[in-house]
Write a protein that binds this ligand. Sequence first.
Ligand SMILES: Nc1ncnc2c1ncn2[C@@H]1O[C@H](COP(=O)(O)OP(=O)(O)OP(=O)(O)O)[C@@H](O)[C@H]1O
Length: 246
Amino acid sequence: MTEVIKVANLQQGYGKRIILNDINLNINNGDILGLIGPSGAGKTTLVSTIMGMLKPKQGTVTVLGTPMPNRKLLGRIGYMAQTDALYSVLTARENLTFFGEMQGMSKAELQKQIPYATGIVNLNDDLDKYVKDYSGGMKRRLSLAIALLADPELLILDEPTVGIDPELRQQIWKELHRLADEGKTILLTTHVMEDAEQSSYLMMIRGGRAIAQGTPDDLISQYHVNSVEEVFLQAGRDQDAHASND
Ligand SMILES: Nc1ncnc2c1ncn2[C@@H]1O[C@H](COP(=O)(O)OP(=O)(O)OP(=O)(O)O)[C@@H](O)[C@H]1O
């Protein structure tokens, strides 16, 4: 087992405002980490820090053995942001080719990987359409295909299943599990409990703090409840009770 992401005593924020406090996390290869928490909890802030887009205010972030931020590492990470960064005047195929070339992929690799990545998200029949004519869900799916394109060691996906129907969501999860079984590491943020239940390890963030973390089964038994959703609700109540006692 190799440690792929290590976050130690992280404090993060914007300007003087502190958003995340005392975050500690270790993820090994083959893990699927689900970051779950209410809107504004700090999930994207944590993801951006792990990606190296934000420098830690305090503490350290190490990815694939390298302290972050480090630009050189970006080629080894497949990243899907929350807002789609696509060129609407280009077709889907042209977008994929552009982002693949940016990551140093050869023509032969692109020829092999474009059908693979777009097959996972059911976009093969729409490859030559302009992105400006895509629906919101299709754009999300294209963004996911771009993240998968170069077969990266680490996939970081910010809300990958928003706007994706249940059948396709199942297909995507099947592929994410296959990639994890191959030893790839996946970090995703989500609001959706079904996604959380599919993760091998969960971190629940609320008010900038990790209120619970562990495997779904461990958390369910630790909190004496029957579902991940109940763990989340109970951990939130515990946090509120703790705050009112302070
Ligand atoms: N660039 C920024 N500058 C200042 N504040 C920011 C910035 N980005 C996020 N924030 C603030 O940081 C807090 C956490 O935001 P973040 O996007 O990390 O939450 P989130 O858990 O990802 O939420 P959501 O689930 O809605 O995406 C919010 O209060 C937000 O307003």
